[in-house]
Design a protein around this ligand. Structure first.
Ligand SMILES: NC(=O)c1ccc[n+]([C@@H]2O[C@H](COP(=O)([O-])OP(=O)(O)OC[C@H]3O[C@@H](n4cnc5c(N)ncnc54)[C@H](O)[C@@H]3O)[C@@H](O)[C@H]2O)c1
Length: 251
């Protein structure tokens, strides 16, 4: 009989989620916590209704010292980190011809440099311990382009390839690195743009073969699977959870 690998997390898994105050990050934190994980959130905003025992660190992922402070809090409380999800990010829908360089720098700083700083701080601890999983939240726009989204598309593609590069660099030392590529997901990031008339919900769902947006908990389920023993050979992967959006080349 072949071995059967568990799709469940080891007890007490120590998980850091950036941008975990709401949206996809919060859903990931809740899903890990439901399996008994210990959770640390790094977010510029306060975490509403944070369960007892969660570490909540206020900070900006683009600032090295603030990222380090979150990992230091985990070191002090739990002695290290097993899973780090670099998830904090934002979208910008602006015609590129009008995009001020300051806005370009801001999206690179948060979406890309923030992911790098999170991975580097996690990597230092995981390489020391010879084990760990780093995840990035890329996007369907890490694979395809879209008008008025140059900064978002560029940073999300960069994050996907950062996952591949680090997977190559750290695989032999026990650290796996993967990227999540969500499609349009039911969070404030999307619903705010829909409310402002800058995104057309019907057009988004029409392209997805499942004819709907992704739910944050569906992204979270993929993150949990990747942290389980069942995913022990998955590294350097960019995994779509997009209701089929990216598979649809047709009208
Ligand atoms: N919602 C979608 O359709 C979708 C699709 C693909 C990828 N993503 C990506 O998923 C991630 C989460 O998106 P979401 O939809 O949950 O967004 P959201 O706006 O609902 O939540 C983002 C969270 O990140 C935090 N944050 C933003 N900038 C930060 C910073 N500089 N430092 C610390 N915290 C910061 C915010 O305070 C917020 O809590 C982002 O990287 C986004 O690009 C979202």
């Amino acid at each position: 009989m072949t071995a059967v690998l568990s799709p469940l997390l080891p007890g007490g898994t120590r998980v850091l989620v950036t941008g975990g105050a709401r949206g996809i990050g919060r859903a990931v934190a809740d899903a890990f916590a439901a399996q008994g994980a210990r959770i640390c959130i790094l977010d510029r905003d306060a975490v509403p209704d944070a369960p007892a025992g969660w570490l909540c660190v206020a900070g900006n992922v683009a600032e090295e010292a603030e990222v380090e402070a979150a990992f230091a809090a985990m070191d002090a409380a739990w002695g290290g980190v097993d899973v780090a999800l670099a998830n904090a990010g934002f979208a910008m829908n602006t015609p590129t011809i009008d995009l001020p360089v300051a806005a370009w720098r801001r999206i690179v700083d948060v979406n890309l440099t923030g992911a790098f700083l999170t991975a580097q701080a996690a990597g230092r601890r995981m390489l020391r311990d010879g084990a760990g999983l780093i995840l990035f939240t890329s996007s369907l726009y890490g694979t395809v382009g879209g008008a008025d989204r140059a900064g978002y598309c560029a940073t999300k593609a960069a994050v996907a390839n950062l996952a591949r590069a680090l997977a190559c660099e750290w695989g032999l030392r026990g650290v796996r690195v993967n990227a999540l590529a969500p499609g349009y997901t039911e969070t404030a990031m999307v619903t705010d743009l829909v409310a402002q008339g800058r995104l057309d919900r019907d057009r988004l769902t029409a392209r997805a073969p499942l004819r709907r947006l992704v739910r944050p908990e569906e992204v979270a389920a993929l993150a949990c699977f990747l942290a389980s023993p069942a995913a022990s050979a998955i590294t350097g992967a960019v995994l779509a959870v997009d209701a089929g959006w990216n598979a649809n080349g047709g009208p």
